[in-house]
Design a protein around this ligand. Structure first.
Ligand SMILES: [Zn+2]
Length: 363
């Protein structure tokens, strides 16, 4: 492949891949809910529905937000992005009013989850924002963060589609400054941070990003998985081999927690449905199966080509691999290149500086 065509492919792939939209990963079929819909998930729990990226319409992706009233506290999980979505958050908060204070938990620092953080200071009550220290960098410099994988121009263009990001609430605490505790959900062990006398548990997962957390609401037995479910292999694990492994562990623990009855409902950042019981387990198991299949396919192809392969050729072979035939979202998905660079790093394969030179397991 010529350098020119590599660049155009990489750019078009990157457009879709950026900011973790669920495109191509809609394992649950057509979305059940539409953008801005406020869904009654359980008593005192509302899901404010986001959307996928649609560059044809100039629309950036927006993650779902979850609102929960625990006693007299409004708990908000993620704030999406765009001024339009802030209006939907307002409408949802009104439905849970009155409340005495607000706690915002950011699952991670990507723009489509933190774009309206300052909105919590408009609610007229004391408000605190919690986010992992590991994701502060990306929250505060989206363009700088995404430039490393997309290039600065494209990263800026994509971030501009939000029409401005208000990521800074007046009062922010890094979640790691709270005492870390253990939580067992149906025999699965987690660690994280207990809030509101244990009614809300923030669980450390670190698969999708280095600081990613998920949230368990004890009353409704709801597990909000943020972006740990965006794919069967994480495209944005921030260069840590622990990312994909942490993600897989999260999916497995979540499936077990549902199967045991400790979790009744599962929501996430980019699935526009509420899953429970067997549907949730099947969804999680399809992602787990995809991770295993991808691992098997890449490893087999690299071993069959000891002389090395160019990354685009490796991606093409994985797309056609029989292992990938039943993987959710199909074998082609817009994350291919970013996923592959993470996978090569994870497998200990030296990635070529020039994408057209070859890559292989070291001798
Ligand atoms: Zn994300």
């Amino acid at each position: 492949m010529s350098r020119r065509s590599w660049i155009s492919v990489a750019a078009s792939v990157a457009c879709f891949a950026v900011l973790t939209a669920g495109a191509g990963q809609s394992a649950e079929g057509d979305p059940e809910f539409t953008f801005g819909e406020i869904v009654d998930v359980a008593p005192d729990v509302l899901l404010v529905v986001g959307r996928d990226i649609d560059l044809g319409k100039g629309e950036i992706d927006v993650a779902n937000a979850l609102l929960y009233k625990s006693g007299t506290t409004l708990v908000v999980v993620d704030t999406g992005g765009t001024a339009e979505f802030a209006g939907y958050l307002d409408a949802a908060a009104k439905r849970l009013a009155p409340f005495d204070d607000v706690v915002l938990i950011s699952t991670h620092g990507h723009a489509d989850h933190v774009g309206n953080n300052a909105w919590i200071d408009t609610l007229g009550v004391p408000a605190t924002h919690l986010i992992s220290t590991h994701d502060l960098g990306v929250m505060r410099d989206q363009v700088g963060y995404f430039s490393s994988s997309l290039g600065e121009v494209l990263a800026q263009d994509i971030v501009d589609l939000f029409g401005g990001l208000d990521t800074e609430a007046e009062t922010m605490r890094v979640i790691e400054s709270l005492p870390l505790q253990a939580l067992t959900l149906g025999g699965t062990a987690w660690s994280g941070w207990s809030l509101l006398d244990g009614d809300v548990f923030v669980l450390r997962t670190a698969g999708h990003t280095a600081g990613h957390v998920v949230v368990f609401l004890a009353g409704p037995k709801l597990l909000h998985l943020g972006d740990e479910t965006t794919s069967w292999y994480q495209a944005f694990s921030d260069g840590t081999a622990a990312g994909p492994a942490g993600n897989l562990l999260t999916l497995q623990r979540a499936a077990n927690a549902v199967a045991s009855g400790a979790v009744d409902l599962v929501t996430d950042g980019h699935t526009f449905r509420v899953l429970g019981g067997d549907d949730a387990i099947a969804f999680l198991n399809r992602l787990i199966g995809g991770a295993v299949a991808f691992d098997a396919a890449v490893t087999r192809i690299l071993n069959e080509n000891p002389g090395g392969l160019a990354v685009p050729d490796l991606v093409a072979k994985v797309v056609d691999a029989p292992e990938m035939a039943d993987v959710p979202g199909g074998p082609t998905n817009p994350y291919n290149y970013l996923q592959m660079t993470n996978k090569l790093r994870e497998l200990g394969v030296i990635r070529p500086v020039n994408p057209t030179s070859t890559t292989a397991f070291p001798d």
